[in-house]
Design a binder for this molecule. Structure first.
Ligand code: 9MG
Length: 276
């Protein structure tokens, strides 16, 4: 069980985290849910399809995305978090941010989990996460979204990403954030070529040695486009195939745009993995 503020998340079976981008420019759903009404309707759809978590983000992290001010990010996400919290109380709401002030405003509005693609490396982020006392997903990213896909290089991507996450877990423990509140994520597509992403997925089971539940985000990502040659809108089957490979290697949370099909993959994987 993961204690997410006053909500509890059962991870004895994998959970699906639905993606809700309150942005005009995210890579696959930018602008679709920019108004609070449209965002709440999408959250209701994802909850009905079986999402246990809704990840609300107010700043795009796609390659080349523009930065958003703290005030604008708060203005985008807080009304949506408050509306979801009131309308669908059983859901865990996650805030996708790296900014301490956004973390504080989001948790005050009802978020119970922090999803930080910068793994609490921004000034004040470790302290904010410790004070807020909610679980945190530490994701690996090489560089910044504006430049991260400019020739990323590694000697051994799997070893280097594991070492980075191990160091961030240590930093959290030193800052007073207990291991029981940490999740980890290799950060598919964040400063990685298609070959790096394939190697990470091939060896995903090695991340289990870090002792924290594993979250993965593969939904509609460029890896699928690189292998199959499909545009973003045709990547559903590829997303489900990759999510299944991650689940098979022990992923506990799958971050997805297409919640219903991803829930089916989780249910089938769990049925096979629990059979004997
Ligand atoms: C915000 N965001 C976009 N992609 C992501 C991924 O793969 N993992 C996590 N944790 N967050 C992501």
């Amino acid at each position: 069980m993961l204690e997410c503020g006053d909500r509890r998340l059962d991870l004895t079976r994998p959970a699906v985290m639905g993606i809700l981008n309150i942005t005009p420019d995210s890579f696959s759903d930018g602008g679709d849910f920019f108004s609070p009404d449209a965002a709440l309707a999408q959250a209701r759809r994802m909850a009905a399809e079986g999402a246990a978590i809704i990840d609300v983000g107010g700043e795009s992290t796609r390659p080349g995305a523009d930065a958003v001010s703290e005030a604008e990010e708060i203005r985008r996400v807080v009304p949506v978090i408050a509306a979801i919290r009131a309308a669908i109380p059983a859901l865990v709401i996650s805030i996708d941010t790296s900014k301490p002030a956004v973390m504080r405003a989001a948790v005050a509005a009802g978020a119970g989990l922090i999803n930080d693609v910068r793994a609490l490396q921004e000034p004040g982020a470790l302290e904010a996460a410790r004070e807020l006392d909610v679980p945190v997903c530490l994701m690996h990213m090489r560089g910044e979204p504006s430049t991260m896909q400019q020739a990323p290089g590694y000697d051994d991507v799997v070893r280097e990403v594991i070492e980075f996450l191990a160091a961030r877990i240590e930093a959290c423990l030193r800052a007073g954030i207990p291991r029981a509140r940490l999740l980890i994520d290799p950060g598919f597509g964040f400063g990685k070529t298609a070959a790096h992403n394939l190697q990470l997925l091939r060896r995903l089971d090695r991340f289990r040695a870090l002792g924290c539940p594993l979250l993965v985000g593969l939904s509609r990502k460029s890896l699928i486009g690189a292998v199959l040659g499909y545009p973003v809108e045709d990547r559903l089957y590829g997303s489900i195939a990759l999510a299944t490979m991650a689940l098979w290697q022990g992923a506990s949370i799958v971050r997805a745009h297409d919640v219903g099909p991803t829930v089916d993959a989780v249910r089938l994987c769990s049925a096979v993995m629990e059979s004997n």
